[in-house]
Design a protein around this ligand. Sequence first.
Ligand SMILES: [Mn+2]
Length: 327
Amino acid sequence: MSFLQKLLNYKKICIQCHNNPDPDTVASAFGVQKFLNQNGIDSRIVYGGPQGIIKANLKILIKECGIKIEKVDKIEDDEFLVIVDGQKGQGNIYDFGREDCIIIDHHIRIVEANDNYLVKSQYQSCSTIVYELLLEEGYPVKEDEELCVAMLYGLYTDTSSFLDMFYERDIAMKQDLLKDQPLFERLVKSNMSFAELMIVADAMHNHYFDIDRRTAIVEVLKCDQAVLGIIGDFMIQVDSVLLSIVYTEAGDGYQISLRTCHESLRANEIARFLCEGIGSGGGHDKKAGGRVLKGMLKQVYGTQDIFGFINQRLEEYMEKENICFTA
Ligand SMILES: [Mn+2]
């Protein structure tokens, strides 16, 4: 039995996005709902937590694609729960008090092994997993313009504007679905709000520069992951910067984006090294990204904060690789 077929055992399904939903969780839920609609199963898309949807890009996505999503604090007894882009027990997954549920996610696995939990950590977006599940069912994704745009945008925002994308399955989805889509274009041009622009400007102004390591480290507060790649691309253009590391908080972890422009600095290797044991990272020679889980950071590095951790790991890396830029 294919994974989505499991859903056909239920009459009513509640698809849960993570709190403070982003395009990837919404697009994933939308994809699952398309399959349920096709099979005549009643469903709705929900999320919990204190915060409603405020970001302009997400509002455009929801409106233009005709996605119905509601913020709730409980679900009905006769609804079966399906969690997308997150896992039960995570801080950003509102607890509706359900023991049984189905999970589709691309983050680092925290749930135990279970046939109902599909966790593929190598995927860079949950949308890509749902896309492949839909293809497996023969669902005509390409004919569904709104769904194509939603899933592409989910991938786009989870990979710093496609810039930190490295996994072949994600690249394949982009190639399959991306064509001339005015709505996608509009979403891409709505990446940040004026408030975020100010946060970005402030973060760049307050960057940390290590002259010996020729490294700029930029902490960005409350920025959308899509914006990180833009900042990274900007910082690496500074003449004395050979490595830029930009990071922001994302759910129960941190998203990190790296740029390099020196033959001794391989961004993908550094990203993997930084995140080893507490998350995952990878990418290309000059552009890479990674994710670090807060819980694991604390477990392994104690009270060290994210900035201290990046500094320490970087020092270890440069020592290990014998990289030195001072004369
Ligand atoms: Mn995601």
